[in-house]
Design a protein around this ligand. Structure first.
Ligand SMILES: *Cc1c(COP(=O)(O)O)cnc(C)c1O
Ligand SMILES: [Zn+2]
Length: 451
């Protein structure tokens, strides 16, 4: 028997407050036809309010112990808040979400915090949080195809994690995927995921923005569906990061949540998730949000310094945090409005700062990718400045798996990132296979540790 949550309704709504046009979720549409603004998925909040905050918490908590599909996904165990109209048969899930909140007593104490948790969103099927949005997008596409909407393929422009997630979820659903990559600007590790999943990968002699332009044109025709994050279906899935964090903290909001940002879809999603929890009575106060940018790609940081009164795109310079090397973020208006509501802060991190922060906290058992390094560096800087105070509770959103960024790790420990703290570098010690020599080396090591 097919099951849905059809008491609840959702639709696309234009984010422009003076327009607010609405569209059916089964329409192929990415921007408002009247004013050209981005859309968001808007839920029938009155219907959702028929359950109290306590009832929602009990329902969501009861699903955590279920091993039954689709409660095995951190997105679909909250399906009423995401895409209430889809039937089980359309759900394309690879067990995304439900990720661990890493905490280290030692690290928390060393930093003097009242609590520190790293939300491991990158420990996911394709190794980044992009899975959270892609499950929703592919599910809606599969649902539309079942209703007779003519979609022949899904497509995106990407230089990494988006293409990996799209190719995998599309392959799972049996829908062809087309991926546009800027030639020569993509590493082997990033390239091989969509190749393995059978995507049609096209390398274009241009940069990311050039690829974006082409994919926008291509998806205007031909039944090819756009999967970049200007498509607000992605945001709906990523939004569940917020209630999942709260649930793991027994429905108590932390003081701060720190998240790295590039195109700024994820910070918008995080904020939307917290807002929904507050409006539906699951929590009574919001955390403050800190958006962390790489100094080499910091247009929102520059706007924040001017009180968000103006925003100008920048030309993003290369950064080790390659997934956030974006100078003209698509979701900037959504992000600014979220940051204003959450009394938000934007902080930036240099290449050395992000590398040191990642390496320093790796020593507590983490294995940080460079984007999480940006967020951790922002935390350390704001602790230093006294903005984040001793005793406060902090959640850092980790966005990718460190195993996707081996080159970053090697570079750091080989001392190839200028300006970093050399004391954090570790190396391999060669030694003759001779017991007394080995014993001497171990003694040296242990003595250095117990000083
Ligand atoms: C996509 C991505 C980001 C940035 O998310 P936005 O929604 O573009 O701000 C950060 N980290 C990683 C690893 C990503 O793949
Ligand atoms: Zn509009």
């Amino acid at each position: 028997m097919s099951s849905t949550a059809t008491r609840y309704k959702a639709e696309f709504r234009c984010i422009n407050e003076s327009c607010k046009s609405t569209y059916d979720l089964n329409e192929v549409i990415y921007e408002c036809r009247k004013c050209g603004s981005l859309l968001q998925v808007s839920h029938d909040m009155d219907a959702l309010k028929e359950k109290s905050g306590t009832q929602w918490k009990e329902l969501f908590d009861s699903r955590l112990s279920s091993v039954k599909f689709p409660n095995t996904s951190g997105i679909w165990n909250k399906r009423e808040w995401v895409l209430p109209h889809v039937e089980d048969e359309s759900i394309v899930s690879s067990g995304e979400g439900l990720t661990h909140l890493f905490s280290s007593e030692r690290l928390t104490k060393d930093l003097g915090l009242g609590g520190l948790w790293i939300k491991q969103c990158g420990i996911s099927h394709t190794g980044s949080f992009k899975d959270l949005g892609m499950t929703v997008l592919l599910t809606q596409v599969k649902h539309m195809i079942s209703k007779g909407v003519g979609i022949r393929a899904v497509a995106c422009a990407s230089s990494g994690d988006t293409s990996a997630a799209l190719a995998s979820y599309a392959a799972k659903a049996g829908i062809p995927s087309i991926i546009f990559l800027p030639s020569g600007k993509v590493s082997q590790a990033q390239l091989i995921q969509p190749v393995s999943n059978g995507a049609f990968v096209i390398s274009l002699d241009t940069d990311f923005d050039g690829c974006m332009k082409i994919v926008k044109e291509v998806t205007r025709q031909n039944g090819i569906y756009l999967a970049n994050s200007m498509n607000s279906l992605r945001i709906e899935g990523q939004k569940t990061i917020a209630p999942e964090i709260l649930q793991q903290l027994e429905w108590k909001a932390p003081d701060w949540v720190i998240i790295p940002g590039g195109n700024l879809g994820n910070v918008s999603a995080l904020g939307a998730g917290f807002e929904m929890c507050k409006e539906l009575g699951l929590i009574d106060r919001l955390p403050r949000i800190i958006l962390a940018q790489a100094e080499n790609a910091n247009p929102l940081y520059l706007s924040y310094l001017k009180g968000f009164e103006e925003f100008s795109p920048v030309e993003a310079k290369p950064t080790l945090a390659s997934a956030i090397q974006i100078g003209n973020p698509v979701s900037v208006q959504k992000a600014i409005s979220i940051l204003k509501k959450f009394h938000g802060i934007v902080e930036q991190a240099s290449e050395a700062e992000l590398s040191d922060a990642a390496a320093r906290t790796d020593l507590y058992g983490l294995y940080n990718d460079p984007h999480t390094g940006v967020a951790l560096a922002a935390m350390l800087k704001l602790l230093e400045k006294g903005t984040i105070q001793k005793g406060e509770k902090v959640v850092v959103v980790s966005t990718a798996h460190g195993l996707k960024f081996t080159e970053f790790k090697l570079k750091f420990h080989e001392g190839k990132v200028p300006g970093t703290n050399t004391g954090l570098q570790n190396s391999i010690h060669s030694c003759k296979p001779d017991l007394s020599k080995v014993t001497d080396r171990i003694k040296e090591f242990l003595d250095s540790r117990t000083k």
